[in-house]
Write a protein of this length. Structure first.
Length: 339
């Protein structure tokens, strides 16, 4: 059964005053909507795969995750999305069946970028039409499991002029071009396992790989920039990277272990483009995180996690009754922040 988390609710309480007031720079560069609801219809696909290089062969294991469609609401820093992967937009393509729970939270308080990951995938296939496999070898790995948890926290140095929320959550409107440097840290850990073997038979003769375990930590630095054309059209690009210190261990069919420590570069890419106005926004965005593991016994492995989405956005003021209920969010926020 193809599974997608039907309800994702993320509430990040920012430690700044950006939702209640604006500085002079804010009004020049981006507009906020502290009292409006942001409604969205969206299409989205999430994935977490593994790339592996051995003996000149490059393998890319991908899940058969679903394209999901749904609706969502954002009010200040509270977002609720409901989506499902309907069968009519997910035809069978011979990629097997994947059961998964993909928890990705991408939060953007005014001066921070916070990403949380929890990937739990069962069932993979080998991607790539040019992959050379021996006769009779299957591309499907229904018993292969991937687990990844991690977090990335970065400080946004120019949050008074540059808004991630305008590009990702659409509860702000970037009206002038601006950019910002980023700096922070990230940590990831997880494993990939398959009791029947991770490698195709033709590549498993020297080392019949059954399990990969990893843990990594890294400081990061990056830059983000929004190009705004005629106030309404925007292109936002962001890249961050760091040299991670990590440990990787590989286990074969006999239980023998090979392990190694190494320093490897990871990277985090984001791209957003579309049209924004006071009420409407149409945009597409893509977020991709790659964790490169320490090479072990001729195996070079990376874990890639992504999320791409199309959004149709409409901002509107809540009615009097709903506004009273939403006022509870403002009071709760003030109590949490001691105001």
């Amino acid at each position: 059964m193809k599974f997608f988390l039907l309800c994702v609710c993320v509430w990040m309480v920012s430690v700044d005053n950006s939702q209640g007031q604006q500085t002079k720079d804010d009004t020049l560069y981006y507009q906020t909507y502290p009292s409006k609801l942001v409604g969205r219809y969206y299409l989205s696909r999430k994935f977490s795969g593994m790339g592996l290089e051995k003996g000149g062969e490059r393998l890319w294991y991908m899940p058969n995750s679903t394209l999901n469609t749904g609706f969502g609401l954002t009010y200040q820093n509270l977002t609720l999305n409901l989506a499902y992967g309907f069968g009519f937009i997910n035809p069978e393509r011979g990629r097997g069946e994947t059961n998964y729970l993909d928890l990705q939270a991408h939060a953007y308080p005014k001066n921070w970028v916070i990403d949380l990951f929890g990937q739990f995938y069962n069932g993979y296939f080998l991607s790539g039409d040019n992959l050379q496999l021996a006769d009779g070898e299957d591309r499907l790995f229904p018993d292969m499991k991937l687990r990844k948890v991690g977090a990335s926290v970065q400080y946004l140095f120019n949050g008074d002029k540059f808004s991630y929320r305008a590009a990702f959550l659409q509860n702000e409107w970037q009206q002038r071009s601006a950019g910002s440097f980023l700096a922070g840290m990230e940590v990831y850990g997880g494993q990939v396992r398959n009791q029947y073997g991770i490698l195709p038979t033709s590549l498993a003769r020297e080392f019949d790989l059954r399990q990969v375990k990893f843990m990594e930590w890294s400081p990061t630095i990056g830059y983000a920039y929004s190009l705004v054309v005629k106030k309404h059209f925007f292109l936002t690009l962001s890249a961050a990277s760091g040299f991670s210190v990590g440990r990787t261990s590989l286990h074969d069919a006999t239980g023998a272990e090979e392990r190694n420590w190494a320093v490897r570069p990871n990277y985090f890419l984001r791209g957003f483009t579309g049209y924004n106005s006071d009420r409407w926004s149409v945009n597409v965005n893509y977020v991709y995180n790659q964790v490169n593991l320490a090479p072990v016994a001729g195996h070079r492995i990376h874990v890639g996690t992504g999320n791409y989405r199309f959004n149709l956005i409409y901002r509107f003021a809540p009615g009097p009754k709903l506004a009273k209920k939403l006022d509870w969010i403002d009071r709760t926020k003030k109590k949490l922040l001691g105001r």
